[in-house]
Design a protein around this ligand. Structure first.
Ligand code: SAH
Ligand code: SF4
Length: 400
């Protein structure tokens, strides 16, 4: 999208509404702090924060007026001081296989001169689960050579509220909040039907461990037992290998870990996943061995994209098994998903089966990830938005 198109939204971005801070993405202590800042008595703030928490994250309310157990003058005060912003839906596409992809647009109240940014979020319904694939950044600083997001420069990190906003908006659209209704296009929620979204994977746009604090905050809220209450066992954070943040992820966020390995030697991994030049395979696997809470019941998933003639030989399958020896692991083979301009091909299915066979015989579960939502370009590694980083000159022009 050109900068001129983004200008269409500049008046809204600069409106007084947008300059009020959003409460979405705040935990209970921060909510209490914000309330005190707004003039609510300290002794009342904890109780009010609990009420707000419940309205925001359990009931999915977007209007202070609906907070019926909050006294009317307090509701008015809150509405004067804060917003409960969620992303705007730019588009929503539904694949023939039920996969759903949204393009969400976020305004940035903290940076009113900055144009809104857009990210993609994907919902993948299966028999026994419904998985939301969430973005952590607009674009990515890393340049993995097979990934479409990697061709988009980093525009900015998403805030905790924006990461969580994707989950809230998806829950809203899928009828997951109390009193909500499911979309009527059938067959898109897990069979038990209780919740459309049971799992979260941080596998959308961006490298979550390069936006650690915001991702942590969002996931802690998503998994809090008295809030959205998604099980930590059903939240997976995928990283290309930002080694220093692997241990804190286990200790502080305590979610499942997935590693984008994709190669069994450093020469190839340097090309496919260039962050490998900074933290090579040995260091990465060492960090995995020390991942807090690692056990046979809590394995690390190693993602391996199957690139025709590049990394898919029998010898590499055997090397993969050798490398992972001693690490409680699952191996996830992902057929490469092509995108316009990509230079790789997808390994033939006979090759993927042979590779999987070697890995299986060595005792690893190695599901081959079925590409989902290919017709709407929603499969792994195909996400990209048109948001552009603005130069200082353009920002000044925007400011008028
Ligand atoms: N930045 C994080 C998470 C987002 S990518 C990471 O790299 O792990 C989620 C997964 O999709 C990663 O394993 C990534 O390597 C993989 N992927 C990227 N592009 C792909 C493509 N075109 N086809 C298949 N998988 C891809
Ligand atoms: Fe970024 Fe992950 Fe894509 Fe690599 S694979 S460019 S880390 S989003």
């Amino acid at each position: 999208m050109s900068i001129a198109l983004n200008l269409d939204h500049s008046s809204a971005v600069r409106s007084p509404v947008a300059s009020r801070p959003s409460l979405i993405g705040l935990g209970k202590p921060q909510l209490a702090e914000a309330l005190v800042g707004a003039g609510i008595a300290e002794r009342e703030s904890k109780m009010r924060a609990s009420q707000l928490w419940n309205w925001l994250y359990v009931n999915g309310v977007t209007d202070f007026e609906r907070m019926t157990n909050v006294a009317k003058p307090v509701r008015q005060l809150l509405a004067d001081k804060f917003i409960l912003d969620r992303p705007e839906i730019v588009s929503e596409q539904v694949s023939s296989d039920g996969t759903r992809k949204w393009l969400f647009r976020f305004r940035d109240p903290a940076n009113p001169l900055y144009p809104p940014v857009e990210v993609e979020t994907v919902y993948i319904p299966e028999q026994d689960r419904g998985t939301l694939c969430v973005s952590s950044q607009v674009g990515c600083t890393l340049t993995c050579s097979f990934c479409h997001t990697g061709t988009q420069k980093l525009v900015r990190n998403l805030t905790a509220g924006e990461i969580l906003g994707q989950v809230l908006m998806a829950r809203e659209r899928l009828g997951d909040f109390p009193g909500g209704s499911r979309p009527d296009d059938g067959g898109l929620v897990p069979a038990d039907g209780s919740r459309a979204i049971t799992n979260i994977v941080m596998m959308g746009m961006g490298e979550p461990l390069y936006n650690y604090e915001n991702v942590k905050q969002a996931l802690l809220i998503a998994s809090a037992g008295d809030g959205m209450s998604l099980s930590k066992r059903r939240i997976t954070l995928s990283t290309s290998g930002v080694v220093p943040f692997i241990e804190p992820t286990g200790r502080e966020i305590d979610v499942m870990l997935a590693i984008s390995l994709h190669a069994t030697n450093n020469d190839l991994r340097d090309v496919l996943v260039p962050i490998n030049k900074k933290w090579p395979i040995e260091e990465l696997l060492e960090a995995c061995r020390k991942y807090p809470g690692l056990s046979n019941a809590r394995r690390i998933t190693f993602e391996y994209v199957m690139l025709d003639g590049i990394n898919d030989s029998d010898a590499e399958a055997r090397e993969l098994v050798r490398l992972l020896a001693g690490i409680p692991a699952k191996i996830n083979l992902i057929p490469f998903n092509p995108w316009p301009g990509s230079n790789y091909g997808t390994s033939p299915s006979s090759r993927i089966e042979r590779f999987a066979d070697i890995v299986n015989k060595a005792g690893y579960a190695s599901p081959v990830r079925t590409p989902r939502g290919r017709d709407i370009f929603a499969a792994c590694g195909q996400l990209k938005s048109e948001s552009e980083r603005l130069s200082r000159k353009d920002r000044e022009a925007l400011a008028g």
